[in-house]
Design a protein around this ligand. Structure first.
Ligand SMILES: [Zn+2]
Length: 116
């Protein structure tokens, strides 16, 4: 059985997120504990979750127990510690891979927006 996000738990998590966050312009930077990879993490019910994943579950409707859905950072954010829901989207393992390839080829269409 996975984690059940009750209303009470949601309120609790929002408070915990905000308590350990410094707003840097549009970026909401988690300043609590982080994983070795630099991703924010928080413990919920004895299990560790990435803060961006928690934020996506709270604000974007991601299924926190899903093994397929991922909380991904938009290219224009790119900050691992940021959890502003506006800077996140729900992806899958596959869409994340596509992003990775696009960025590395330098031809991500979202980067061309606005021109040079
Ligand atoms: Zn951001």
């Amino acid at each position: 059985m996975g984690l059940e996000l009750t209303d009470k738990l949601r309120e609790n998590l929002k408070r915990r997120l905000e308590k350990h966050t410094v707003k840097n312009g549009d970026h909401w930077i988690w300043v609590g504990s982080t994983s070795h990879g630099g991703h924010g993490k928080m413990t919920i019910d004895h299990k560790q979750y990435e803060t961006s994943r928690v934020a996506a579950a709270l604000f974007l409707g991601l299924d926190i127990n899903s093994h397929i859905q991922l909380a991904c950072h938009k290219v224009e954010c790119g900050k691992k510690e940021c959890w502003n829901p506006d800077h996140l989207y729900i992806g899958t393992k596959w869409s994340n891979m596509n992003d990775f390839i696009a960025v590395n080829n330098g031809d991500d269409p979202r980067r061309k927006r606005g021109g040079k």
